[in-house]
Write a protein that binds this ligand. Structure first.
Ligand SMILES: Nc1ncnc2c1ncn2[C@@H]1O[C@H](COP(=O)(O)OP(=O)(O)OP(=O)(O)O)[C@@H](O)[C@H]1O
Ligand SMILES: O=c1[nH]c(=O)c2[nH+]cn([C@@H]3O[C@H](COP(=O)(O)O)[C@@H](O)[C@H]3O)c2[nH]1
Ligand SMILES: NC(=O)CC[C@H](N)C(=O)O
Ligand SMILES: [Mg+2]
Length: 560
């Protein structure tokens, strides 16, 4: 069972179990309170609201709506109040799928107001079922489940099919349901049928209510994205002004308004998120911004130089390059427990930021690269138990301790939108397309033994060779994240007729969309042999290389 159901304040609430156990991020602790001062709807004029009933693919609905050039936000069904509906003022509403059954005595419903606002509504799967039930139709659990690929017969014209599906056509869709609508609500017509769902698509054109049993948001419904675009454009009348160019201008304006003439500190790691935040803020408030790059001693080869050159020399952004490596090594001492290392490192980041804020005479704001998935996760987890798998380093404790207000210009964006915004801001491709790199850096890639500058050096060299070979082979962009790990194991080897007794290096490369789940990257053997050969020949201290072929779950991406 993929879902757990929790009862919160009398309403049924779902969390994704896979996310719950995997995410368990300390992020949740710091993102949650930030949500409170969020103004619904960002700065865009056309907005679609997605009401989440806990489907595994709700995020994809938001993706498709945004790809159609329309701003959208996901809100869990139990947090959609009448005030939110008024304030958010959507041009249309989409009801997501979900694991519950509307036939249960207590299962989620859309707020009544949704159907009384005089705006278009699209129900998907559970969303269809609850729409029918709430408007006077009937839903029953069926013997005939449909999971996966299915075909629908299009038997009537419908605004969301326009220009995509012809009457009489048989079209491929993706289904995942056990219940089905057995009686239509008054005013509705059937517009498509499938073997397992006689009401595969239904419409009340007069009210502009549409409901489908299949999932148009997944790629396995080949024309699904166009159906969603028809809904947002032709039906809801959105103009498609959600472009990164427009977003950039509006975000800059919003930052200026929020910050006024006050000072802002931004922790700059050189990673995509903080780099984009830094450049955006620089455009918005120029000299009021000070970035702090903390060299922990656990950075990759050439990282500090690259960050400093780009931001200080190329952009002329005020940048403090704080070499805190001695502090980090000191504080970690002989520690090799992963959680203790992370906590020590997280705490030290805070100390360094505090000291640097003081050094510039105090700062009123702290800028962070919080992204939309962080916000959604924090909301989806409200009240749910979360198991901590790893305490991710974050600067989350910062606001309370330092009494700074937060500036989070990326909190409405997905990672690839952030990359697009980076391009819009003129950030070099090299920064925009970077693999994520964790705050604790190499310190969590040397498991099982106390850290030292020497071990970091060995790992840094191996990691640089690996990444160089990945770039040379043209694979960098096809891989989500790649890095080397130095294992606490020595093995016997023979080099130049002499015995060696050195460390093992593990190589990791994964594909993923959001880091929550991942598959190992399938390199060809020639490539692995070349990297292995180079590392063993060029890095003193390593005499054996292995490749990690664990997916996530059950593994995690990092080794610690
Ligand atoms: N070495 C560092 N110096 C200063 N700030 C840092 C450093 N490492 C991390 N941070 C701060 O912690 C935040 C979270 O790190 P995280 O790795 O999640 O994001 P990122 O580095 O900006 O992007 P990416 O996820 O692509 O690596 C960063 O946005 C940055 O503000
Ligand atoms: O800023 C960060 N601070 C951390 O403490 C941290 N731990 C893991 N990661 C990154 O998160 C993604 C998922 O990693 P895991 O599968 O190892 O949990 C991967 O991209 C990891 O590199 C971190 N990022
Ligand atoms: N994917 C869904 O939304 C499923 C809806 C409902 N739980 C069913 O099985 O029919
Ligand atoms: Mg990073």
């Amino acid at each position: 069972m993929l879902y757990d159901i929790y009862h919160i304040k009398g309403s049924v609430f779902y969390t994704r179990k896979s996310h719950m156990t995997i995410v368990g991020f300390a992020r949740l602790l710091y993102v949650a309170p930030l949500f409170q001062d969020h103004k619904y709807g960002g700065h865009m004029t056309d907005r679609i609201l997605i009401i989440d009933f806990g489907s595994q693919v709700t995020q994809l609905i938001a993706r498709r709506v945004r790809e159609s050039g329309v701003y959208s936000e996901i809100h869990p069904f139990n947090l959609v109040t009448d005030e939110l509906l008024d304030e958010y003022a959507p041009k249309g509403i989409i009801l997501s799928g979900g694991p519950a059954s509307v036939t249960w005595e207590e299962s989620p419903r859309a707020p009544k107001k949704v159907f009384e606002m005089g705006i278009p509504v699209l129900g998907i799967c559970y969303g269809q079922q609850t729409m029918m039930q709430q408007l006077g139709g009937l839903v029953e659990t069926s013997e005939h489940h449909e999971f996966g690929r299915a075909f629908v017969d299009v038997n009537k014209e419908c605004a969301i099919f326009k220009g995509v599906w012809e009457v009489g056509a048989k079209e491929q869709v993706w289904m995942s349901h056990g219940d089905r609508v057995t009686k239509l609500a008054p005013g509705f017509n059937v517009v498509a049928t499938s073997e397992g769902a006689p009401y595969a698509a239904v419409a009340n054109e007069e009210k502009q209510f549409y409901a489908v049993q299949f999932h148009p948001e997944v790629v396995h419904t080949p024309h699904g994205a166009q159906l969603i675009e028809n809904f947002t454009h032709a039906v809801c009348g959105c103009s498609g002004d959600w472009t990164m160019a427009a977003f950039k201008e509006q975000a800059i304006e919003a930052v200026r308004k929020q910050v006024g003439d006050k000072k802002v500190i931004c922790g700059l790691s050189g990673g995509v998120d903080s780099s984009v935040v830094a450049v955006l803020l620089h455009e918005a408030i120029g000299e009021q911004l000070t970035c702090v790059f903390v060299d922990t001693g656990f950075m990759r080869q050439g990282e500090a130089e690259e960050v400093v050159t780009l931001f200080r020399d190329h952009y002329n952004i005020k940048l403090v390059h704080k070499d805190a490596s001695a502090q980090f090594f000191d504080a970690l001492g002989d520690e090799y427990d992963p959680e203790k290392k992370r906590k020590t490192i997280g705490g030290l980041f805070i100390d360094v930021f505090e000291a640097e804020a003081k050094a510039i005479g105090g700062a009123d704001f702290l800028a962070q690269g919080t992204l939309y998935p962080d916000v959604i996760e924090s909301v989806s987890f409200v009240g749910g138990p979360s198991v901590t798998i790893k305490s991710h380093h974050n600067v989350g404790g910062l606001p309370e301790r330092m009494d700074m207000k937060l500036v989070e210009p990326l909190r409405e964006l997905f990672k690839d939108e952030v990359r697009e915004l980076g391009k819009e801001l003129g950030l070099p491709e090299k920064f925009v397309g970077r693999h994520p790199f964790p705050g604790p850096g190499l310190a969590i890639r040397i498991p099982g033994q106390p850290l030292s500058a020497e071990l970091c050096d060995i790992l840094r060299k191996a990691d640089a060779i690996y990444l160089e070979e990945i770039r040379n082979a043209g694979l960098y962009d096809a891989i989500w994240q790649a890095f080397a790990v130095l294992l606490p194991v020595r093995t016997v080897g023979v080099m130049g007729d002499a015995r060696t007794y050195e460390f093992v290096c593990a190589l990791r490369a994964v594909t993923s969309t959001d880091g929550m789940t991942a598959d190992y990257y399938h390199f060809d053997h020639e490539f692995l042999a070349r990297v292995s050969n180079r590392i063993i020949n060029e890095v003193r201290g390593i005499n054996r290389v292995v490749y990690d072929c664990t997916s996530k779950p059950p593994g995690t991406i990092e080794w610690e």
